[in-house]
Ligand binder design. Structure first.
Ligand code: SAM
Length: 365
């Protein structure tokens, strides 16, 4: 079985490592590839049949897709791949020709192996890149091709709102994927614990990627701009044994973070402090790891304040940080200046896709 796994652009390597770590104990044959056919934000896992022994000692097949949906912290979707194809030049094709190529391809696929004619289905589509067709065109065309094919076996049933089976059709550049979306309509990064919605909250998948980059070893950990608490909550949910602190300047967000932590069942694991990150040393004497997504000045506050805010924060951080920091921001110039002028060294840099932007991520020591 081939599983097409989606995640944020720029963290495919970390998602691959997570999937390998989850599949290894199953004793199943597998191969995981980052960015299949060069497509960003995607990981492909080819997995053999997996089994477990139930309470009565019987050998049962394990659904690897369900297992990944339940355990992964970095993935957004788990899609059972039906087929993938590169359509050279589809970006320049006239709309009718582009859609005909997709329709003919889907019509040739044995979709009846993946859905019973008695089950309701819907097609959800995704499109990225330069094309003369829209994602709505793709959904309609793929839906029609599947409907026509299933009509050979009975009367297919479409239910766009509450389908039993969701087909996912993706056109990314000139690569087309069709699969069964086992995750459902809500992406895995939308955590059920989020009861307070911060206007600039970080995707939980990216929060976990930052935690992976920080490699916390059980030492104390702070998010000095914790907003609604995504990073500390996700760390606590991983069963982290060390001290976890969330600092936030605004009471409204701090209360929201506490509500989220309560909903996640980890409120007692996190010390939430109302305070100003540019006075960090007043709240903590020393801390091993600091991980945060900074205010960018896009959604919150004024952009002109950013360079001074970053400079003052890193000056304070230099008094307390013992091991490693991981920070994400759009403000490349301001953060690099603040990092280097306060005696830190950039150990790693990467771009991560978040909220339609490619955001700079730094590991510093
Ligand atoms: N990671 C958070 C989440 O997922 O909800 C979002 C963080 S948001 C990008 C940045 C946060 O920093 C905002 O909640 C803002 O109120 C807070 N903030 C701004 N200036 C601050 C300061 N000087 N000290 C502490 N927090 C500050």
């Amino acid at each position: 079985m081939k599983l097409l796994l989606t995640t944020s652009q720029g963290i495919e390597d970390l998602a691959k490592a997570e999937v390998e770590g989850l599949l290894s104990p199953l004793g199943v044959q597998f191969r995981v590839e980052e960015r299949p056919l060069g497509v960003e934000g995607r990981v492909l896992a080819e997995v053999g049949e997996a089994f477990y022994t139930d309470e009565k000692g019987r050998k049962r097949e394990l659904s690897v897709s369900t297992y990944l949906n339940e355990r992964s912290r970095l993935l957004h979707r788990v899609i059972v791949e039906i087929a993938s194809e590169r359509f050279e030049g589809i970006g320049e094709d006239e709309p009718e020709r582009a859609l005909k190529r997709i329709e003919d391809f889907v019509a040739s696929l044995p979709v009846e192996r993946h859905v019973k004619v008695s089950e309701t289905f819907a097609v959800r589509s995704f499109r990225k890149g330069e094309h003369r067709i829209t994602s709505v065109d793709i959904a309609k065309t793929v839906g029609k091709a599947i409907f026509d094919r299933l009509s050979r076996f009975g009367t297919p049933k479409v239910n766009l709102d509450h389908p039993a089976v969701i087909f996912r059709a993706e056109l990314v550049g000139d690569v087309f994927f069709l699969g069964i979306d086992t995750t459902g309509d809500s992406s895995l990064h939308k955590r059920p614990w989020r009861v307070y919605d911060h206007p600039a909250h970080l995707k939980a998948s990216i929060a976990n990627a930052l935690i992976e980059l920080a490699k916390p070893d059980g030492g104390s950990f702070i998010d000095p701009f914790c907003g609604s608490g995504t990073i500390p909550i996700e760390l606590a949910l991983r069963g982290y044994g060390g001290r976890i602190i969330g600092l936030e300047k605004y009471r409204k967000h701090l209360n929201g973070a506490k509500m989220n932590a309560l909903s996640a069942g980890v409120l007692e694991r996190i010390e939430f402090i109302l305070g100003d990150a540019t006075r960090l040393s007043e709240y903590v004497e020393s801390v091993d790891f600091a991980v945060s997504n900074f205010p960018y000045g896009l959604k919150i506050g004024r952009k002109s304040m950013i360079p001074k805010l970053y400079m003052d924060f890193f000056s304070e951080l230099s008094k307390v940080l013992e091991k490693r920091g991981v920070f994400i921001t759009t403000e490349k110039k301001a953060i690099e200046k603040a990092i280097t002028e306060n005696g830190f060294e950039i150990k790693h840099h990467r771009l991560i896709g978040h909220g339609g932007l490619m955001v700079h991520t730094y590991v510093i020591e």
